[in-house]
Design a protein around this ligand. Sequence first.
Ligand code: ZN
Ligand code: ZN
Length: 406
Amino acid sequence: MGTRDRFRRSSLALFLGILLGACVFFQGKAAGEARALPEERPVTVWHIPHPDDETLGMAGGILAARAAGRRNVVVLYTQGGSSDVRLVLNGVFFCRIHGRYHDPLAEGYHPLDLEAFKAARVRESREALKLLGVADEDVIVLDFPDGELQMAPVLAVMQELDQRFPGAQHRTTSVTDRHHDHQVLARALYRLKELAATSGRQLDVAFYRVYQYDATSTQDAAAGQSERAAVLKGLDSATRVPVADHERKRAALQEFARWEPAAGRFAIGLHSVPRLFAVAAADPHEYVDVLDERVLGSLRWRWRLGLDLYLRETALSYSIAPRWTLQVSAPYSIDAVRSALVYEQRSLSAAVTLFAGYGMEWSAGGVAPYVLAGVSIVDSVVVKYRPQWSSEDLGSSLQIGWKLRL
Ligand SMILES: [Zn+2]
Ligand SMILES: [Zn+2]
């Protein structure tokens, strides 16, 4: 068997391996069983990435839902375990809030291990939510890894909640928040809405900005100028909603500033994002995304695999960011594997997507760079052009293919 054959067989095996892995992964996301329970009050489900986001960005919304006679169900997806604050509390890093290195034993508490730290964070949220009128049994605490939320498992949880609370409103963080977990929850909720729409249901969803308070100064907020400041920061596609009972929201925020180590209260929220807490306490508004083209463009993107079948090659593509795709392809006629980074841009009609990319071709003869460009039509038909530089299959520069979504 020649090198070329071995090369071809191993690239085929690699492809099948990736495909199989993808299938197993995507089957794993199938939602678990859930029953519809009779519920007299209409429900609002709050999908929260980290303990404190619900109070910082949505306390007013939670209070308003309750005032409207709704039952609030709050789901904490992570317990905020990856925060550096644990090291601050354990005396490893300097504490800017207290102006000293903490000394746990001298201050009457044991150094916090990961579980104790997560429990302390959840405690802060539970106490705050109590003040916002949320029943303790309506706080659902999950334990996904902080900072590493993934679309598929998050969507599976949302599907289960959607089944358990039919007709509920769903609220979460904004895709414009500069935190991965916040963006994943927003995209997953938008996906849930899209899926519901395919079966003829209109899901009531909204996206609250937590990091909006980062774009504003306390002085601006106190002077009621946060809207202007937000516009200056280019974050103008949000509706500014007044918080009707701002005193109650401030009281709830205060739960994240309670320093009572003996009672297991470590002011973790305040240690972690002091600025957000200061501005949220000063600004009697919350910020809800307006779903304009920019926001929708970010929401529609999701981690996913695609398989493009051409007459002369097969390509596997993986979305690594909005508009950016990593593509690996194997031509049938020569022993080579091509990998490329591709940028996509939807045209105005949204039916046509233009793309262009730069890649490397790996073959027995060495490594050669190449460029490619093309269009995909209604996400199904692809026309791809690849000018030939050095490769031997001169005929394959223009290809028409069919795009499958995995
Ligand atoms: Zn967060
Ligand atoms: Zn401290």
